[in-house]
Design a protein around this ligand. Sequence first.
Ligand SMILES: O=C(O)CCC(=O)C(=O)O
Ligand SMILES: [Fe+2]
Length: 299
Amino acid sequence: MIADSRSANLGAALFNRAYDLIDCAPAQRDFKRARELFSQAAAAGNLDAVRMVGNFAARGIAQRRDWTAALASYRHVATVDAQTERTIKLIDSMVLTSDGNPVTAAQLEQISAKPRIARIAQFLTADECDMLISLSAPMSRPAQVVDPYSGRLIHDPVRKAHSAFFGILSESPFVHAINRRIALASSTDVDQGEPLQILRYRVGDEYRPHVDNVAGDDNDRLITFLICLDDRFSGGETEFPLAGVKVRLEKGAAMMFYNCQGNQPDPLAVHAGLPVTKGEKIIASRWIRKRRFSPWPDQ
Ligand SMILES: O=C(O)CCC(=O)C(=O)O
Ligand SMILES: [Fe+2]
């Protein structure tokens, strides 16, 4: 008993030290050391650390990618945690290569040429949508935007919604497999994507007309990929006011559009999430850059 609680304390202490090596100022981040400490914490029986080891393996952070090892970590936790067991069941029902890539790409249906917009039916299953919603719920915060003047994240009435994102510490194999599905559907590399965000708009919430381009950044946002996770709302269409296009997706369907034309921002890609008038709109959103993108410069 005493040995058990000592091991639990040791595991928790190692986990916290590892976590702090990533959840800190960029200059202090140390992915390699964090990975070592997460492995030690996992060996001491800390289940959060076992999951973290799985996240690092799924993405290949500070190590070679190892999808089989990632799933083994999660299967271990699944024996004692019901939500982890459900995510493993969802992964097992995806049709994936041994590397975690989808075997077949989704079918795109072009709905506009200028700007380029495509729609994808049944991109996620209803259970996958529900899982993304429940995984993101504890992380949901009032949404922010990048301030074009300072480059910092700020609150702005242009974007009234709640958002959560699956960053380096929360991109599990389940989320990673979905990011790989998005990459294949958009003919991009998974490393071009920014963290997957979950946006929740309640009545009156909206994302006013804006562009997703990052002014002055050579590695601009090429594509925006949106997936509808809950369609029990009215209003809330995604509108492209200059192109006269309005899109409403049903649960599980996705759309993607290009924010650039060649090397230049596409002015026609101005878009808005119209105000929700009833219910709650929940979507997943991923901004895909022109090239590999990491918000963590040393990774
Ligand atoms: O909510 C919407 O329909 C649009 C979302 C959006 O513009 C974005 O995530 O960049
Ligand atoms: Fe946008």
